[in-house]
Design a protein around this ligand. Structure first.
Ligand SMILES: CC(C)(COP(=O)(O)OP(=O)(O)OC[C@H]1O[C@@H](n2cnc3c(N)ncnc32)[C@H](O)[C@@H]1OP(=O)(O)O)[C@@H](O)C(=O)NCCC(=O)NCCS
Length: 151
Protein backbone atom coordinates (compact mmCIF):
# COMPACT_ATOMS: atom_id res chain seq x y z
CA UNK A 1 0.00 0.00 0.00
CA UNK A 2 1.32 3.44 -0.90
CA UNK A 3 0.02 6.21 1.37
CA UNK A 4 0.41 9.87 0.44
CA UNK A 5 -0.40 12.67 2.86
CA UNK A 6 -1.69 15.95 1.39
CA UNK A 7 -2.94 19.32 2.60
CA UNK A 8 -6.00 19.90 0.44
CA UNK A 9 -5.80 23.18 -1.45
CA UNK A 10 -8.13 24.36 -4.21
CA UNK A 11 -9.85 21.04 -4.87
CA UNK A 12 -12.26 20.67 -7.74
CA UNK A 13 -15.90 19.98 -6.93
CA UNK A 14 -15.26 16.33 -7.83
CA UNK A 15 -12.33 16.01 -5.39
CA UNK A 16 -14.36 17.74 -2.70
CA UNK A 17 -17.25 15.35 -3.25
CA UNK A 18 -14.91 12.36 -3.15
CA UNK A 19 -13.46 13.45 0.23
CA UNK A 20 -16.92 14.14 1.68
CA UNK A 21 -18.32 10.80 0.49
CA UNK A 22 -15.44 8.98 2.15
CA UNK A 23 -16.01 10.83 5.41
CA UNK A 24 -19.75 10.11 5.22
CA UNK A 25 -19.07 6.39 4.72
CA UNK A 26 -16.94 6.32 7.88
CA UNK A 27 -19.39 8.32 10.01
CA UNK A 28 -22.70 7.05 8.61
CA UNK A 29 -25.78 9.10 9.45
CA UNK A 30 -23.94 11.75 11.51
CA UNK A 31 -21.96 12.94 8.51
CA UNK A 32 -22.05 16.59 7.53
CA UNK A 33 -23.33 18.11 4.29
CA UNK A 34 -21.42 19.52 1.32
CA UNK A 35 -22.41 23.03 2.49
CA UNK A 36 -20.29 22.71 5.66
CA UNK A 37 -17.58 20.58 4.11
CA UNK A 38 -16.94 23.04 1.29
CA UNK A 39 -16.49 25.91 3.76
CA UNK A 40 -13.95 23.83 5.72
CA UNK A 41 -12.05 23.15 2.52
CA UNK A 42 -11.84 26.82 1.57
CA UNK A 43 -11.54 28.57 4.94
CA UNK A 44 -10.43 25.89 7.42
CA UNK A 45 -7.99 23.14 6.59
CA UNK A 46 -8.45 19.61 5.31
CA UNK A 47 -5.66 17.08 5.68
CA UNK A 48 -5.99 13.78 3.85
CA UNK A 49 -4.14 10.57 3.11
CA UNK A 50 -4.55 8.88 -0.25
CA UNK A 51 -3.86 5.35 -1.43
CA UNK A 52 -2.90 6.23 -5.01
CA UNK A 53 -5.88 8.48 -5.99
CA UNK A 54 -8.32 7.18 -3.40
CA UNK A 55 -8.82 9.22 -0.20
CA UNK A 56 -8.54 6.89 2.80
CA UNK A 57 -8.39 9.31 5.76
CA UNK A 58 -9.66 12.88 6.19
CA UNK A 59 -9.08 15.31 9.09
CA UNK A 60 -10.81 18.71 9.33
CA UNK A 61 -9.32 21.56 11.36
CA UNK A 62 -9.92 25.23 12.14
CA UNK A 63 -7.94 28.06 13.71
CA UNK A 64 -9.23 29.21 17.09
CA UNK A 65 -10.32 32.86 17.13
CA UNK A 66 -10.17 32.94 20.94
CA UNK A 67 -6.61 31.63 21.20
CA UNK A 68 -4.24 32.53 18.38
CA UNK A 69 -1.86 29.65 17.63
CA UNK A 70 -4.37 27.08 18.83
CA UNK A 71 -5.86 24.69 16.25
CA UNK A 72 -9.09 22.78 16.84
CA UNK A 73 -9.64 19.40 15.17
CA UNK A 74 -13.25 19.00 14.08
CA UNK A 75 -13.42 15.54 12.60
CA UNK A 76 -11.37 12.55 11.56
CA UNK A 77 -12.52 9.64 9.44
CA UNK A 78 -10.79 6.62 7.93
CA UNK A 79 -12.36 4.75 5.01
CA UNK A 80 -14.04 1.61 6.44
CA UNK A 81 -11.92 -0.67 4.20
CA UNK A 82 -8.71 0.82 5.59
CA UNK A 83 -9.45 1.01 9.32
CA UNK A 84 -7.12 -0.48 11.95
CA UNK A 85 -4.13 -0.31 9.61
CA UNK A 86 -2.54 2.80 11.14
CA UNK A 87 -3.91 5.31 8.59
CA UNK A 88 -5.43 7.72 11.14
CA UNK A 89 -2.24 7.62 13.23
CA UNK A 90 -0.14 8.28 10.10
CA UNK A 91 -2.39 11.17 8.99
CA UNK A 92 -2.39 12.82 12.43
CA UNK A 93 1.45 12.56 12.67
CA UNK A 94 1.90 14.20 9.26
CA UNK A 95 -0.68 16.87 10.11
CA UNK A 96 1.04 17.71 13.43
CA UNK A 97 4.39 18.11 11.62
CA UNK A 98 2.75 20.39 9.07
CA UNK A 99 0.96 22.51 11.70
CA UNK A 100 4.17 22.90 13.71
CA UNK A 101 5.97 24.08 10.57
CA UNK A 102 3.18 26.64 10.06
CA UNK A 103 3.71 28.00 13.59
CA UNK A 104 0.79 26.42 15.46
CA UNK A 105 1.35 26.26 19.22
CA UNK A 106 -1.27 23.78 20.42
CA UNK A 107 -3.94 21.41 19.10
CA UNK A 108 -7.26 20.64 20.79
CA UNK A 109 -9.95 18.08 20.09
CA UNK A 110 -13.22 16.82 21.61
CA UNK A 111 -13.91 13.10 21.68
CA UNK A 112 -16.71 10.88 23.02
CA UNK A 113 -15.51 9.47 26.40
CA UNK A 114 -16.13 5.86 25.28
CA UNK A 115 -14.49 6.15 21.85
CA UNK A 116 -11.55 3.88 22.72
CA UNK A 117 -9.98 3.89 19.26
CA UNK A 118 -9.63 7.64 18.89
CA UNK A 119 -8.59 8.14 22.53
CA UNK A 120 -5.88 5.50 22.05
CA UNK A 121 -4.57 7.23 18.94
CA UNK A 122 -4.54 10.69 20.54
CA UNK A 123 -3.20 9.76 23.99
CA UNK A 124 -0.96 6.75 23.48
CA UNK A 125 0.32 7.31 19.97
CA UNK A 126 0.37 11.10 19.63
CA UNK A 127 0.89 12.39 23.18
CA UNK A 128 -2.36 14.34 23.71
CA UNK A 129 -3.50 14.83 27.34
CA UNK A 130 -7.05 14.91 28.70
CA UNK A 131 -7.61 18.48 29.92
CA UNK A 132 -11.27 18.42 31.00
CA UNK A 133 -14.64 16.77 30.64
CA UNK A 134 -17.28 18.78 28.78
CA UNK A 135 -20.59 17.66 30.31
CA UNK A 136 -23.70 17.73 28.11
CA UNK A 137 -21.62 19.39 25.38
CA UNK A 138 -23.84 18.36 22.47
CA UNK A 139 -27.06 17.88 24.51
CA UNK A 140 -28.16 15.96 27.60
CA UNK A 141 -25.78 13.04 28.20
CA UNK A 142 -23.67 13.96 25.15
CA UNK A 143 -20.44 14.44 27.07
CA UNK A 144 -17.05 14.93 25.45
CA UNK A 145 -13.46 14.80 26.67
CA UNK A 146 -11.30 17.75 25.67
CA UNK A 147 -7.75 16.69 24.81
CA UNK A 148 -4.86 18.96 23.93
CA UNK A 149 -1.28 18.70 22.73
CA UNK A 150 1.35 21.42 22.94
CA UNK A 151 3.52 21.39 19.81
C1 LIG B 1 -11.57 6.36 14.70
C2 LIG B 1 -10.94 6.12 13.33
C3 LIG B 1 -10.66 7.47 12.68
C4 LIG B 1 -9.61 5.36 13.53
O1 LIG B 1 -8.98 5.27 12.27
P1 LIG B 1 -7.91 4.10 11.94
O2 LIG B 1 -7.21 4.50 10.68
O3 LIG B 1 -8.59 2.80 11.97
O4 LIG B 1 -6.94 4.20 13.18
P2 LIG B 1 -5.49 3.54 13.33
O5 LIG B 1 -5.41 2.33 12.44
O6 LIG B 1 -4.45 4.58 13.18
O7 LIG B 1 -5.60 3.00 14.81
C5 LIG B 1 -4.73 3.36 15.87
C6 LIG B 1 -4.98 2.41 17.00
O8 LIG B 1 -6.35 2.37 17.39
C7 LIG B 1 -6.82 1.04 17.31
N1 LIG B 1 -8.16 1.00 16.77
C8 LIG B 1 -8.60 1.54 15.60
N2 LIG B 1 -9.91 1.30 15.44
C9 LIG B 1 -10.30 0.58 16.51
C10 LIG B 1 -11.55 0.02 16.92
N3 LIG B 1 -12.66 0.15 16.17
N4 LIG B 1 -11.60 -0.65 18.11
C11 LIG B 1 -10.49 -0.76 18.87
N5 LIG B 1 -9.28 -0.26 18.54
C12 LIG B 1 -9.19 0.40 17.37
C13 LIG B 1 -5.89 0.33 16.35
O9 LIG B 1 -5.88 -1.05 16.58
C14 LIG B 1 -4.58 0.99 16.63
O10 LIG B 1 -3.92 0.46 17.75
P3 LIG B 1 -2.66 -0.56 17.59
O11 LIG B 1 -1.69 0.13 16.66
O12 LIG B 1 -2.16 -0.68 18.97
O13 LIG B 1 -3.24 -1.78 16.99
C15 LIG B 1 -11.85 5.25 12.42
O14 LIG B 1 -12.25 4.09 13.13
C16 LIG B 1 -13.12 5.97 11.92
O15 LIG B 1 -13.07 6.64 10.89
N6 LIG B 1 -14.23 5.81 12.66
C17 LIG B 1 -15.51 6.46 12.27
C18 LIG B 1 -15.46 7.96 12.46
C19 LIG B 1 -15.03 8.35 13.88
O16 LIG B 1 -15.52 7.81 14.86
N7 LIG B 1 -14.12 9.37 13.94
C20 LIG B 1 -13.62 9.91 15.22
C21 LIG B 1 -14.58 10.92 15.76
S1 LIG B 1 -14.06 11.55 17.33
Amino acid sequence: MEWNFRVIDNPSYKECDQLLKMSQRAFGVEAESIYFFRIFVDYGKIFATFNHDEPICVIQAIKNWNDIGNIQLVSCATHPNYQEKGVATFTHRKMLQQLKKEGARSIGVRVPPLHEAVIKILQEKLGFSVIKKLSNYYGMGEDRLYLEKIL
